[in-house]
Ligand binder design. Sequence first.
Ligand SMILES: [Zn+2]
Length: 408
Amino acid sequence: MTNVLFLAIDSLRADAIFGGSVVTPTIDSYARRGAAFHQCVCTTTTTTPSFSSMLTGCYPPKHGVRGLQGYRLSSALETMPEAFASAGYSTYAEVTGPLLPETGVLRGFSEARHRQAYKVPFFGWRDEVVSKMRSYVEPWFMLLHIWEVHRPYRSPPDFEKRKDKAGYQAAVHATDEWLEPVFAAAGDDAIIVITGDHGEEYPDTAFDFQMLRAARRARRAFRLSQWFPYLDNRFAGMEIGHGFALHEHLVRVPLVMSGPGIAPRGPVADQVRHVDIFPTLADICGLEPPAHADGRSLRPLIEGRPLPEEAAYMEAVGVKLEGDRIVGARTPEWKLLVSGGGKRSLLRIGGANGPNESRNLYAKHPDVAHKLESFIQSVTDTEVDADSGMTDEEEATVEKHLRDLGYL
Ligand SMILES: [Zn+2]
């Protein structure tokens, strides 16, 4: 049985790896050796719900994690580590940020360690994790979640500190380099999966960053969350860089899979989804297919065979699911967005000139819109009771972490 390293780099945009503007030779080498999905879409632009989708193969209505705070993963679903454990694997998680054990997202890992995300040195966790990996009991499945690309952008001591696009790109470049010993510890015969949990919206320039800082001050000074919760949520999204919108740069993430059982396919242009990861790995590793998954195995694409097009469901929820969430559906050609207030936008994203996210074609293409609306309905129909079941103490622990991370 093959070891599996599932690496999730928080806030990693697709174009950071596949766009050609950031040098990432380490990740590129896995993209060449295996399958590089250039059009992978995440499920939500918020960390905890996004991981819940990757680890269950299900969309949020079914797994129940609808925000950063106040939800616990539905116990009715089998998680990816549970499936690997049933097949005889040892399962390890090294996570950070909001992925606290209280959220249920770490269910199924026999050893799960949550480390601090803020005020820590760049890759300060690495030596300890690498030495642990060398003593893992084989076969193993490991989830490694890293925060080096998340705001505030951090970079190793020899890089210039920047808070804008240049800072983001430097963090991605350095991360690629600093990951080398981790991949070496996984070994040449492991399956390697690399993705981002969602994309990122960075200030393009240092001036843009100053504007963001002013927005943050306004939030605090005027206690916006109390008087204008909608506005506060929007500002919070701007501050964090993701969480309350479904723009292309926020929902498109890289997905690279390589190792035994994965042919050297190189770039794959078909749209794939985070919910496909669990069914795919189960298929490649000879596990039972996950019974509840909304996704499907991508093995045909990896082997050069076609798969019929399937839409991707997505939702933007921010910190906590309120009435003003956004839900959406995406195909390679179109994206339909429905705001909490019911406003509908149909956007052409596959046109010859690239995505156009400012022109609403809803009235012009009602047939396309209605098809995507019924797809969204079919997903939201699977909604479970999202009651968290957390104790007050657990809620308080989660809240404290979110505050430290700057989400509240
Ligand atoms: Zn994240």
